[in-house]
Design a protein around this ligand. Structure first.
Ligand SMILES: [Cu+2]
Length: 628
């Protein structure tokens, strides 16, 4: 196999002190940035004669077009599926949507999926949340070209849950998902069936995405470095591929299967009448008991199972599911500029002038963390009968430290961020570049810690700061420091921004960054947890929230620890996390350290872990665990 790192390129990026704007002005570099190492090519898997599927389907990804907005149809990329064998309810089309059909599987089924590509670029499909063999997981190693077919064969080991299928090719995951390639997988099992939860028309999949359209109704995507660093944000919310989504309901209980299919946008879901959100499940299926929340945070890749009870509501009444205001998920300056919150609370004010000033960043008319509607529910029919919410939903075996192979040495997942450097454990993604800490003994349960590894977060002292903070990692940080810190870091970037415009916000940004540099040098060293502090901590200039996704089996959240000084920002999100169930994606806020316990059973091989801000993933914020 080919060695896949390009050391000279990496050194080049690490050692040149280029600023963001200089970078943005050189489109050729953008292209170079897209390849942090290359992937070897594997021969696509074929059907095996001794695998006898209960369900078989063809899945084709190809260019297509759909009508989303009034006027011209929108060019998209889309999954189409055809059932070859199995229950008729396996596939449910979403009429008029670019989303792939909903695929319904049953625990224990043997499944064969023939993925065929008609795209002009490599692609491969990953089954987000499913516990399948490494070679069936859609690792970018297995990307196929136009006209090729990859045959997946696996047994459904998952409990009842909502999962996702989406592309996972090297460096282009975000772009393909953005252009339409995604769909929901619903797994059913006996434990769930016994509850007789709302089904049929009363079980509603809700895939939330944001998109940006040009005046011809065509999708616009990343055009500059900033869109990658912060993630790409559209100004229009689509639910199941439709704008202004309305759902007509009867006055009874429904089951909403909600999935955040956005590439970067984080939502804070709440009902507009302030009634609690009743959550019955998360990524990995049903909770033990229902949980009532004032709001729920939902990051890209995360799912929610919500009991939405409209019984007692009058015909003609409406209820709106909104994303409520919050802060702290983007770097302070970017958030202020993108949300228009500098100097006031007028969140709708996010004036184009301010945003445009930021190096031509187009900003969003729908700021992250502002308050906006997701969908409207209209009660159109009165019924007297409604199912009741079960008190007990499922049984979950809770892991404790005593179950783990490494109770005192958590496997580190260190997040580092900076211009051109979105990495995990100090290294951008590269195939066949496994750190000692990334080698996981087969059939073990592991304690893992996700934290912000950057001390000064890209300040000019970043190199030293980072090396030291990586040494502070529980183990396995030895090689990480070799990759070098982001020497150009925040200075070049912020300097560039500061000079690019003259509005107030930028003046403020520049000033804040100046403080950030000092902070980074003074106190960013030694303790990796210091790095992520939000609020006034200016070492945080680059710090942002990251939804970290681990392939393979679901995990459990053991603890969340927030650094001192996280303050007001954290207070706007802290009541929206649900920790008691199985997860495969966890939102890690700036300054936060999250301990999880995850089993690595049944299958050896490479299982990725990455940021599910898909722009970050494609920048290299992705690594492999090698289960061996
Ligand atoms: Cu990220």
């Amino acid at each position: 196999m080919k060695h896949t790192i390009n050391p000279s390129r990496r050194r080049f990026f690490a050692q040149t002190g280029v600023g963001l704007l200089a970078y943005a002005g050189m489109p050729a570099w953008l292209h170079a940035m897209e390849g942090m190492g290359e992937m070897p090519k594997m021969t696509p898997k074929k059907a095996s004669a001794n695998f006898h599927p209960d369900v078989e389907l063809d899945l084709i990804c190809k260019p297509s077009s759909v009508s989303i907005l009034p006027g011209q149809p929108t060019r998209v990329q889309q999954y189409f599926a055809k059932l070859i064998k199995g229950p008729a309810h396996t596939l449910t089309e979403i009429p008029g949507s670019y989303l792939g059909p909903i695929i319904r599987f049953e625990k224990g089924q043997k499944i064969r999926i023939n993925l065929r590509s008609e795209l002009d670029e490599p692609t491969i499909t990953h089954w987000h949340g499913l516990h399948v063999p490494a070679e069936m997981d859609g690792h970018p190693l297995y990307a196929i070209d136009k006209g090729q077919t990859f045959v997946y064969e696996f047994e459904m080991l998952n409990r009842a849950s909502m999962n996702i299928y989406h592309p996972h090719p090297h460096n282009t995951t975000a772009k393909q998902v953005y252009h339409g390639l995604a769909g929901a997988i619903l797994v059913n099992d006996d434990e769930e069936r016994r509850l007789e939860l709302p089904g049929g028309e009363y079980e509603v999949p809700i895939v939330i995405q944001d998109r940006l359209f040009d005046t011809n109704n065509q999708l616009q995507y990343v055009r500059q470095m900033h869109d990658r660093m912060m993630g790409f944000y559209g100004d229009r919310i689509l639910v199941n591929g439709r704008p202004n989504f309305q759902l007509d309901v009867a006055s009874r209980a429904y089951r909403f299967r909600i999935l955040n299919g956005s590439t970067a946008r984080i939502y804070k879901l709440a009902w507009d009448d302030n009634s609690p959100v009743t959550v019955i499940g998360t990524d990995g299926g049903l909770l033990e008991t229902p949980v009532n929340k004032p709001y729920v945070m939902l990051a890209p890749g995360e799912r929610l199972d919500v009991w939405a009870d409209f019984s007692g509501r009058k015909v003609g009444s409406q209820l709106v599911l909104r994303s409520r205001s919050f802060s702290g998920v983007l770097p302070g300056m970017a958030e202020r500029m993108m949300t228009g919150r500098h100097g006031g609370d007028d969140q709708q004010h996010g004036g184009g002038g301010h945003r445009m000033g930021m190096g031509g960043m187009h900003g969003s008319a729908l700021p992250v963390g502002s308050d906006y509607p997701i969908l409207t529910v209209r009660v159109t029919k009165s019924v007297s009968d409604s199912p009741t919410l079960p008190n007990k939903l499922s049984t979950i075996k809770h892991y404790t430290l005593g179950d783990t192979a490494n109770p005192n040495k958590p496997v580190p997942i260190g997040i580092s961020e900076g211009p051109m450097k979105m990495v995990l454990n100090g290294r951008p993604y590269a195939y066949n570049d496994i750190l000692p800490s990334e080698r996981i003994p087969f059939n073990t349960v592991q304690l893992m810690e996700i934290f912000h590894a950057h001390g000064g977060s890209g300040g000019h002292g970043g190199n030293q700061t980072k090396a030291q903070s990586m040494q502070g990692m529980p183990h396995g940080g030895d090689k990480a420091s070799e990759s070098g810190g982001p020497k150009m870091g925040g200075m070049g970037m912020m300097g560039g921004m500061k000079h690019d415009g003259d509005d107030k916000a930028q003046g403020e940004g520049g000033h804040r960054m100046g403080m950030g540099m000092r902070h980074g040098n003074d106190s960013g060293e030694g303790d990796h947890k210091m790095g992520g502090m939000g609020g006034g901590g200016m070492g945080m200039m680059m710090s942002m929230a990251h939804p970290i996704h681990l392939h393979g089996q679901y995990f459990q959240i053991l603890s969340r620890t927030i650094g001192m000084g996280a303050g007001d920002d954290y207070a706007t999100v802290k009541d929206g996390f649900i920790e008691g169930g199985w997860k495969d994606t966890v939102l890690v806020m700036p300054g936060e350290s999250v301990k999880i316990i995850k089993p690595f059973q049944d299958f050896k091989g490479l299982f990725m872990y990455h940021c599910h801000n898909l722009e970050h993933e494609d920048m290299g914020m992705m690594r492999d665990f090698s289960v061996e």
